[in-house]
Structure formats: structure tokens, C-alpha cells
Design a protein. Structure first.
Length: 467
């Protein structure tokens, strides 16, 4: 047997931090590494090198990323840093001069080059080690589909454009082919992500692409129409409420894509939105929400908000609470403003005291929880289709409805769920509700085997969209 045949394949450890867009970057890097014959190590100690994909949007995220780099260095010693915090290479080098290499976000070739330097690839890579859909870090029944990089907005609290650049849309044919491969390999739900999903194609002047023998317009609507042909759940995240978003609502009413929009409103008070450099006509937004609901009554709207932004008065905050009450958003997250280094908002006057920010966040989430509970109460006694994420050892299936994105929204706890498995789509009848979650039973009596009782821990909505 030759040396080539007996040589151990190099191994790479991987730490992925941050948002789903960064998770997609991690998946792409891992897919290429596997294609070159690398093995993926589940531990620091068993790896020839470790890649840390960082986040740097908020100070808390920067601290977490720096801690992760330090931990990887302590336990392995050979570390390649990539991701958003990689834009601050001097900061990382000053604290950790021993890191092997630093790259910015979505610099896949540079990451691979750095890994090659530390742990050279085997001379004869086995391409069949890579599944057709690539290496995924999500459960096999759902996957994130990133359609573009960067952002053209210049919100005063955000440093994403400094880290990821301006909008750069992927070709529509390429995106649709990737989505098709994912579905063919068992993915039941596609979560569309980018920094600004509804701006998709603006930079390419909506250049068309070919898929399945047809030409598809490289626009937000064209992409949604194509994805709607796959027969999977298609969930849209990070959608700015531009007028052309109206065009996808009929697709939701037809069942082509999920009746769900994740829209980062951030605030409602005109003076705060102006300081944020965000669009500010919230009255017209309320009119459009009402129009969407008239076309697609089952539509679920999720958003995130910033409270305690510099200059936010008690009157501004009350305006936000009143707007939320009128908008009746289904899924809501909030975070207190953080004074991120490099963001223009740091230089704004009248910063809100930390205790006031936290108190307002608690009041905001209490109002949002009240709306959520009232909306979920209307579901009791009705039926819905859910996607099973896992089945617990006690026989309770943890599932999600069409209105629930993984990790950030509510759950539907199906009891009994002993006959179900992760990835199943099943009809259930809702039996009771909590603040954010539902309990249900299978409609099909054949699926109702008895299960033990275990109530889920109380929780608060997580925040996924901050821009």
C-alpha cells in the first residue's frame, strides 16, 4: 500500500457564530473542505487546525467571538479566523498574535488557502465524500438559502456594510438550482436569508437566469415564483417593506410560499427612525399590513425592534407601543440599543441610560407577549400542518407551524408524538396555548400513542434580525 493511500486525512475543527447568513458561509467552507478530502473534527484536540467564523455586529457578539478565538487557541493552537470580525484584523492580531490567518466575511478562497498552509490537503481528495447538497449545520429537513451578500443601506446603528460590503446578488439560476438540490435531498423547508432580501437583484438590474428550461427574472418576485415551484416550505427573512413586496402576497395566498414575512421595522416613532436613517412612514406601513391581511388572512408577520436608541424619549417609546398595538404583529423580538464601535449612532446626542433601556425592553416584550397570547388563543380547536423538528424521549414531538421559524419563534408541542420523526409534515389539532407556544395532538388517530408529560421551559422570543 502506498504512502498516499495510508496517509491520514487532515482534520478541521469548526466554530460557527452569528446569524444564519454566517451559518451559510460556514456550510460553504465546510463543503469545500470536505470536497478536498478533509475530515471534520468534533473536538479541538482532534483537529489539525480550527476555523472560527466570527460575528462582530454588536459588542456582545464581538466579545463572544474573541472568547471563542481564545478558547480555540488554548485548546488547539492553530486557528484560522474568518467572518465579520475579520474586518478588524488589527484588533484580533493585537489580542491574539499567534492566530494563523485572518480573513473577512465570505472570503471562502482565502479561508481554504489559510487551511492549506496549516494542514495541507491530501494529494488525492475523495470527491464522493461530499453529499450533493453540501455540508449542512442544520437538521436535514431544513436549510438556509443565502441569496446575496452585503447591503446598500447605511443605518446609523449598523456596521454590516463595513464588514460585508454593498449588495451583491447571486445569479437567480444558481440560487434556484441550489434550492432544487436541497429539496431533492430531503430538505422540507428553505429559509431564504440575506442582509436585504427584498432588494435581491437590484445590483444586477434583475438579470434573468435559466432554470428547468425556463427563464426567470432575477428579482425578489421572480425568485419567489421559482422557489414556489419546488413544493417545499419557503420562508422569507429580512424583508424590507418596499412596495414591490406586495407582489409576493398572492403567492402566499396560493400556498406557493409560506404566509410569513420577517420584516426588520426597528421602530415606529418618526424622530427615532430618522436618527436611525430608516424609512419612516409607519402610517402607510399599517395600511399595507392591512392590505396584506386582506389578500392572505393567514399571513404571519415577525419583526425586531431597537429600544433605547439615542434620543428616544418616553413619548417616542409610547408611540412605538401604540403602533405595535395597532399593527398586531404575530412574532416580535426586541433588544436594547448597544453602542457599537464604528457605528454612526455612537456620535448621536442624548444616549439613554442603560436601566431605562432595559426597563423599556421589558415593557415592550410584555406588550408583545400579550398580543401573541391573544392571537394563539384563536388557534385552539383548529387544525394546522406542522413540521416536526425532534421527538423527545418522553414522546412529545417538538414541531413548528407555517408561522414559526426555527430557533426564533414558537413551537407546537405534539402529544402524543411517539409515531412521528424529525422531518415529518403532519396535521394536528390545537388543544391549548401558552404565551408563544401551542400544544396539539395528531388529527390521525393512528398516530396517537400515549406519551409522558413534560412541560417545556418558559422562554422569550430570540432575536434573529437586527438590520
Amino acid at each position: 500500500m502506498s504512502d498516499t493511500e495510508t496517509k491520514r486525512a487532515p482534520t478541521v475543527g469548526f466554530v460557527s457564530l452569528g446569524c444564519p447568513k454566517a451559518l451559510v458561509d460556514s456550510e460553504r467552507i465546510l463543503t469545500r473542505l470536505r470536497g478536498e478530502g478533509y475530515e471534520i473534527s468534533p473536538t479541538y484536540e482532534g483537529a489539525d487546525t480550527v476555523v472560527v467564523n466570527t460575528c462582530g455586529f454588536l459588542d456582545s457578539a464581538r466579545d463572544e467571538s474573541l472568547d471563542a478565538i481564545g478558547e480555540a487557541l488554548a485548546k488547539n493552537g492553530k486557528v484560522v479566523v474568518t467572518g465579520c470580525l475579520g474586518a478588524e484584523a488589527d484588533l484580533i492580531r493585537k489580542r491574539f498574535p499567534q492566530v494563523s490567518a485572518i480573513t473577512g466575511a465570505h472570503r471562502y478562497d482565502e479561508v481554504l488557502d489559510a487551511v492549506h498552509q496549516v494542514a495541507p490537503p491530501p494529494p488525492d481528495p475523495f470527491r464522493d465524500l461530499v453529499p450533493p447538497q453540501g455540508v449542512k449545520l442544520t437538521p436535514k429537513h431544513y436549510a438556509y438559502l443565502k441569496i446575496s451578500e452585503g447591503c446598500d443601506h447605511r443605518c446609523s446603528f449598523c456596521i454590516i456594510p463595513q464588514m460585508r460590503g454593498d449588495l451583491a446578488s447571486r445569479p437567480v439560476g444558481e440560487v434556484l438550482r441550489e434550492a432544487e438540490v436541497l429539496v431533492e435531498n430531503g430538505v422540507k423547508e428553505l429559509l431564504v436569508v440575506s442582509q436585504d432580501t427584498s432588494a435581491y437583484g437590484l445590483d444586477t438590474r434583475y438579470a434573468p437566469g435559466v432554470w428547468r428550461g425556463r427563464e426567470w427574472k432575477g428579482s425578489f418576485e421572480g425568485l419567489a415564483q421559482g422557489l414556489g415551484e419546488l413544493g417545499a416550505w419557503v420562508r422569507l427573512h429580512y424583508v424590507y417593506p418596499y412596495p414591490h413586496v406586495d407582489s409576493v402576497i398572492p403567492l402566499m395566498a396560493e400556498g406557493k410560499i409560506l404566509p410569513y414575512l420577517d420584516i426588520p421595522f426597528q421602530h415606529a416613532a418618526p424622530s427615532v427612525l430618522k436618527a436611525m436613517k430608516r424609512p419612516g412612514n409607519q402610517a402607510k406601513t399599517l395600511e399595507r399590513i392591512a392590505k396584506w391581511r386582506s389578500i392572505c388572512p393567514e399571513i404571519v408577520l415577525r419583526s425586531t425592534f431597537v429600544v433605547g436608541f439615542p434620543g428616544e424619549t418616553e413619548e417616542d417609546f409610547q408611540f412605538l407601543l401604540d403602533w405595535l398595538q395597532e399593527a398586531q404583529l404575530d412574532r416580535v423580538g426586541a433588544f436594547a440599543y448597544e453602542n457599537v464601535e464604528g457605528a454612526a449612532a455612537r456620535d448621536l446626542p442624548d444616549h439613554v441610560p442603560e436601566e431605562v433601556k432595559q426597563e423599556r425592553r421589558e415593557r415592550f416584550m410584555a406588550a408583545a407577549q400579550k398580543i401573541s397570547r391573544a392571537k394563539l388563543l384563536t388557534k385552539v380547536g383548529g387544525t394546522m400542518e406542522v413540521l416536526v423538528d425532534e421527538v423527545r424521549r418522553n414522546g412529545v414531538a417538538v414541531a413548528r407551524s407555517k408561522g414559526d421559524a426555527p430557533e426564533i419563534d414558537g413551537h407546537v408541542f405534539v402529544r402524543p408524538g411517539t409515531m412521528l420523526t424529525a422531518g415529518d409534515l403532519v396535521q394536528v389539532r390545537v388543544t391549548r396555548t401558552e404565551a408563544y407556544d401551542l400544544w396539539a395532538e395528531p388529527v390521525d388517530r393512528a398516530l396517537r400513542k400515549p406519551a409522558a408529560t413534560l412541560a417545556p421551559r418558559g422562554r422569550m422570543h430570540r432575536v434573529i434580525s437586527r438590520i
